[in-house]
Structure formats: C-alpha cells, structure tokens
Design a protein around this ligand. Structure first.
Ligand SMILES: Cc1cc2nc3c(=O)[nH]c(=O)nc-3n(C[C@H](O)[C@H](O)[C@H](O)COP(=O)(O)O)c2cc1C
Length: 172
C-alpha cells in the first residue's frame, strides 16, 4: 500500500521545485477592490479563451472574487516581489499606495504588470482544499518590456536569458 502523503513541509518543498510565474488576482467587491497573490495560474484553452487558477477554500479573498463573478489576472514583473508579499499577507490594506485602473470586467488592472487578463468566471470545480476557477478571457494585454517575476523554492527571482549553447562546428 502506498505511504500516505503528509500535507506538511516536505510535500510543499517538492511542489516548490516547480518554478512558476506569479500573479495577483484582483476583483471589485461591493465596497472595495480585493486581490490575492496566486501562482497556480495556467492557460487552459485558446478557443474558447479559458484560463484557470486554484483558490484555497480557506481564503477570505476568494468569496469576494466569486461574488464579483469576474476577475483580472495581473502577471507580475521582476520588480514586484514586495508587492506580491503584500498581497499574500493578511490584515493589511493591500491596495494602499497601489496604482491601478479599472479593467474590462470591472476588476483592478495594476500599473506596470507584464500582462493582464480580464476574465468572467466560467466554471468552478471543487478539488480537495482548493477550488479550480476557470475564467473566460474578455480582454488581455501584454507589455513585452516588463520581465516576469519567477517563484521557485519559496523565493522570488528574475528570469535569466537563456545561456548561449555552442554546438561543435557551429559558426559564431
Ligand atoms: C507566491 C505565492 C503564490 C500563491 N498562490 C496561491 C494560489 O495559487 N492560490 C491561493 O489560494 N493562494 C495562493 N497564495 C496565498 C495567498 O496569496 C494568501 O494565502 C492569501 O492572500 C491570504 O489571504 P486571504 O485570506 O485574503 O486570501 C500564494 C501566495 C504566494 C506568496
């Protein structure tokens, strides 16, 4: 019989070996903007245009996003490590000093991000202690000048350009 996988630090450490980008998922709640750091974002479908992220069922921000019915995925740039920490921290005014505009679905689009996708909630799938949130993209934009933030092994990094691999006999 397979050993039980303990949901503790070792499982987290193994999952953390997989490098990801980092996003802040925002929404416009009834009385204020809300947002949370999310690295479970991924693309799903080109036609129709679908993406997903996984929201912890314990999150206090997720119910506001669900009620709004729409959200923006803000893809963070390499200078956004500190901003990401703010949006993962409970009990602070996360939007204090943050510049943003209102996107196509009404959710905040943060200034200076590498890309953003404005989405409406298309489907929800409960999966263990998370909810898989499928969003239908209604608007999107990328700023190719902003290099993305990378999350790996519990720390933030920038994306290094690919090293030049020289093959024998190759002209230089
Ligand atoms: C790099 C990083 C990635 C995260 N990714 C997710 C995620 O994909 N889904 C999620 O529910 N929480 C994720 N979190 C945690 C949430 O940002 C954090 O638990 C949440 O904002 C806590 O506050 P809340 O109760 O207001 O949601 C991540 C945190 C960090 C620092």
């Amino acid at each position: 019989m397979a050993a039980r996988v303990d949901p503790g630090d070792d499982f987290r450490r193994v999952l953390g070996r997989f490098p990801t980008g980092v996003t802040i998922v925002t929404a416009q709640a009834a009385d204020r903007p809300v947002g949370m750091a999310v690295n479970s974002f991924t693309s799903v479908s080109l036609d129709p245009p679908l993406i997903l992220f996984c929201a912890a069922r314990s999150s206090t921000t997720w119910p506001h996003i669900r009620s709004a019915g729409a959200f923006t995925v803000n893809v963070l740039g390499e200078d956004h490590g500190a901003l990401c920490r703010v949006f993962a921290h409970k009990g602070t005014d996360r939007f204090n000093g943050v510049r943003y505009r209102t996107g196509a679905t009404g959710a905040p689009v943060l200034d200076g991000v590498a890309a953003h996708l404005d989405c409406r909630i298309d489907a929800l799938h409960t999966a263990g202690d998370h909810v898989i949130v499928v969003g239908r993209v209604e608007d999107h934009h990328a700023d190719d000048r902003v290099r993305p933030l990378v999350f790996h092994g519990g720390t933030y990094a920038g994306l290094q350009p690919e090293p030049t691999h020289r093959t024998e006999g190759e002209e230089h």
